[in-house]
Design a protein around this ligand. Structure first.
Ligand code: SF4
Ligand code: SF4
Ligand code: SF4
Length: 308
């Protein structure tokens, strides 16, 4: 078994987390992606209405808590993931036996089968739908960003100066809200494919039942003697990528070409960010009154529907 991605022929024998029968997934064919950005445009059209502008001036947090992050004057940026940009085309030049080629990967939340961002969210704002999509309830997100640090790829992005924390003690608790791809949950709930999938002019993105998507990815990888990313990573995700060459080669090229960093996720399998301590838990232990407030928020959130 490979240490990172799954090579054709070596999977789907690998053990992954069990999914619900109604689970859905997407498959991204990296060989077919031209990097045109139509998917990004489609995503931004929807997300623009979902992310508010911050209240200025943004309250400055006391002590060494998470720093203020303000992307509101960079809302047009599309060359990385931001609170205003939930899908990003990660590109690099890859050396292959047939010469060099440009490779493009649309990157966004992987929608993990067992998402650590959900279990680490202190207010219960981050939830997973029975069918797999992971989303944030912005009535409850206070931007402590534990989801960001729990995520192996640090996908959620934070905007300060917005959300319910402003009503409580903004200098002491919370720091805005985090945002990320929500799998177009409203569209998918109505039985349609996510907007980025339908916008793709080359058919590089596929959507369907999880089991069918896994079978399709396996077949494509076998035919190309290729590689799959997302099947085993972080114990399995609802987003699979297929490519005719190993994903570790893309990761190496991205590293070499300075293509990784905040908002430009790696292709590491998982685990790096998981080793971090739960900063919020430490904070809550040190501040029982605020901890009680957080607990109330979580209870309220769970009463409001919990997992949905
Ligand atoms: S990729 Fe990160 S943000 Fe998305 S579900 Fe997995 S852990 Fe959560
Ligand atoms: S699934 Fe929806 S929210 Fe996620 S990247 Fe695609 S268009 Fe954006
Ligand atoms: S629309 Fe399709 S081809 Fe264009 S960047 Fe997105 S996935 Fe790639």
């Amino acid at each position: 078994m490979p240490s990172t991605t799954a090579r054709a022929g070596e999977w789907p024998k690998q053990k992954i987390a069990k999914t619900d029968e109604s689970a859905v997934a997407t498959l991204i064919d990296v060989d077919a992606c031209t990097g045109c950005g139509a998917c990004v445009t489609a995503c931004r059209k929807r997300s623009a209405a979902l992310v508010p502008m911050p209240k200025l001036p943004i309250p400055m947090p006391k002590g060494t808590r998470v720093k203020v992050q303000d992307w509101s004057d960079r809302r047009d940026e599309t060359d990385c993931l931001t609170p205003y940009n939930w899908l990003y085309i990660q590109s690099c030049t890859l050396d292959t036996p047939d010469g060099s080629r440009q490779v493009h990967l649309p990157r966004r939340c992987m929608h993990c089968i067992n998402p650590p961002c959900v279990s680490r969210c202190a207010t219960g704002a981050m939830t997973q739908n029975q069918r797999g999509p992971v989303s944030i309830d912005h009535d409850f997100c206070i931007g402590e960003a534990d989801c960001l640090f729990a995520c192996p790829w640090m996908i959620p992005r934070r905007q300060s100066g917005i959300g319910p924390y402003l009503r409580f003690a903004p200098e002491y608790l919370g720091n805005g809200q985090t945002y990320k791809c929500d799998f177009c949950k409203d569209t998918v709930d109505q039985g349609a494919a996510p907007l980025c999938v339908t916008a793709c002019p080359t058919g590089a993105m596929h959507f369907g039942p999880y089991a069918e998507i896994v079978r399709r990815a396996a077949k494509m990888a076998e035919e190309r003697d290729g590689d799959v990313f997302g099947y085993a990573e972080n114990s399995g995700t609802h987003t699979l990528y297929v490519f005719s060459r190993p994903f570790r080669d893309i990761e190496a090229a991205l590293l070499k070409q300075d293509g990784l960093g905040p908002g430009r996720p790696s292709l590491r399998p998982a685990g790096v960010a998981m080793a971090r301590q739960n900063r919020l838990l430490r904070f809550v232990l040190a501040a029982p009154v605020l901890g009680a407030g957080l607990a109330c928020l979580r209870v309220l959130r769970e009463r409001n529907g919990g997992r949905r």
